[in-house]
Write a protein that binds this ligand. Structure first.
Ligand SMILES: Cc1cc2nc3c(=O)[nH]c(=O)nc-3n(C[C@H](O)[C@H](O)[C@H](O)COP(=O)(O)OP(=O)(O)OC[C@H]3O[C@@H](n4cnc5c(N)ncnc54)[C@H](O)[C@@H]3O)c2cc1C
Length: 429
């Protein structure tokens, strides 16, 4: 039987960032896919560069960005001032919606403002603190703003009833705004958000992954090998190829998958998520200029967001990603894919993004899971079970391993903190 001190499950950004930070080389990364990268893979087709839907980077830790960039000497890193918009009533409104209601038709502005001001009297949300994500939208922003954008948009994205989600389901990614912010923005536009500028390597998101993996011994990353069982008592992982004894197992697999690998119960009611169906599309000519991505709250449109790589790269052919929120369990086949693509193209035409364009290249992927449904129960259960697993030397990290909403930088921070703790423990003997 093979044996290793640190067995890492998953060669996405989290697993690789953990291995990169470890002292010594007593580790092995096993990855079920044939390639490293997880959700940060990049596809190149007919001159187009696409990720698994838009993956743009907003670093909060300049030292992490500097370190990654230093390892990407061959890359031009684009720094882009974000232009994100909402398609609303046949016009573009700046994002976030709640800070730009002055761009709506006048009667709608009046209604949004009225509902915002009198939301408490109208009993929006429920009495006391809001108890769900849906309640929070009404309680903080009033019915007009909630029902025109925030509720329909997020229902399309999450593909679930927003009353199921925790108040803080989007964490720092929700653009909060109070009455003063909203009214101030009427005059002095300030649409600052967590991602007001973003960076993007010309080779796509995979370049960040390659930068992290560049310090690792390729022989210690095994692709095409899936972990199928973990024996917690013997501290042995069974893969599709062999058995591996470990001291520490670090998993970036989705948390419900890890529970099942370890033979632990996973409550179906506690763990739910959406699937995002992504079409990357390349056309023969330019689309709308300037916009980096756009939000579509209309229930009759298939997609909730469309992004434009050509406006990031400065290209003259429209290159876009289209995201569709699907409920958990969604699957499709070639016929289903073709039918959805036809619907997407028709919807793109109906909002004027495509006219006489010819589609010259496309790519399709299902991200499953994509956005986990964060609820009070899921937060409690993940915390308790992660603590219990840690006592057996099993650590779950990453966006899906921690069952949360976060960025790749957050993944790096979390993975490094765990590696630092492992290094301290190893030094102490
Ligand atoms: C639609 C969408 C848009 C996003 N946009 C952005 C963005 O713009 N900016 C940003 O910073 N972040 C973005 N993210 C988040 C980002 O994708 C994740 O934070 C990051 O990719 C998570 O990396 P990870 O290593 O934790 O997980 P993953 O990338 O999921 O990696 C886990 C790896 O584990 C492997 N694995 C699973 N089970 C097994 C097994 N049994 N055996 C072996 N291997 C296994 C998988 O194949 C995978 O490679 C976005 C996410 C989504 C869904």
């Amino acid at each position: 039987m093979d044996s290793v001190r640190h067995l890492v499950v998953g060669a996405g950004i989290s697993g690789l960032a953990f291995a990169d930070r470890l002292e010594g080389d007593d580790y092995l990364v096993v990855e079920r896919d044939e390639e490293i990268g997880g959700y940060c893979k990049t596809v190149r087709r007919d001159g187009f560069v696409w990720d698994y839907s838009g993956h743009f980077f907003h670093f909060r830790h300049p030292e992490i960005e500097r370190e990654l960039v230093a390892r990407m000497a061959d890359q031009r890193i684009l720094v882009v001032q974000k232009d994100s918009r909402i398609w609303y009533a046949d016009r573009w409104v700046d994002f976030p919606f709640q800070k730009n209601i002055h761009q709506l038709p006048q009667d709608e502005l009046v209604e949004c403002l009225h509902d915002l001001y009198f939301r408490a009297e109208a009993g929006e949300g429920r009495a006391g603190e809001p108890s769900s994500f849906r309640d929070m939208l009404y309680a903080k922003l009033g019915r007009g703003i909630a029902e025109r954008f925030l509720v329909p948009y997020n229902e399309k994205l999450y593909a679930t009833d927003l009353a199921r989600l925790d108040v803080d389901a989007m964490g720092r990614f929700f653009p909060h705004a109070d009455v003063a912010d909203i009214i101030r923005n009427f005059k002095d536009s300030d649409n600052a958000s967590y991602n007001a500028t973003f960076t993007y390597p010309e080779g796509g998101a995979i370049e960040y992954v390659k930068a992290i993996a560049s310090s690792l011994d390729p022989a210690r990353i095994q692709t095409g090998e899936r972990v199928v069982r973990v024996d917690l008592r013997r501290k042995v992982a069974e893969t599709t190829k062999r058995e591996i004894a470990f001291e520490t197992l670090v998993s970036a697999a989705p948390f419900p998958t890890l529970l099942s690998l370890c033979g632990l119960p996973c409550d179906e009611d506690v763990y739910s998520w959406n699937v995002v169906e992504v079409f990357n599309l390349g056309f023969d000519r330019k689309g709308p200029a300037g916009i980096h991505w756009a939000y579509f709250p209309q229930r009759e449109l298939s997609f909730y967001r469309v992004g434009f790589y050509d406006n990031i790269f400065g290209q003259d052919r429209m290159s876009c990603y289209v995201e569709i929120g699907r409920p958990r369990g969604y699957q499709t086949d070639e016929r289903g894919r073709e039918a959805t693509l036809a619907r997407v193209l028709s919807d793109l035409r109906s909002v004027g993004l495509v006219s006489d364009h010819e589609l010259v290249a496309s790519h399709h992927i299902l991200l499953d899971p994509a956005y986990v449904h964060i609820t009070k129960d899921s937060v409690r259960d993940v915390e308790a079970k992660k603590r219990a697993l840690a006592t057996r030397g099993v650590f779950s990290i990453g966006r899906y391993g921690s069952w949360t909403y976060c960025s790749i930088e957050d993944n790096i921070v979390e993975a490094r903190a765990l590696a630092d703790a492992c290094n301290v423990a190893a030094r102490a003997g």
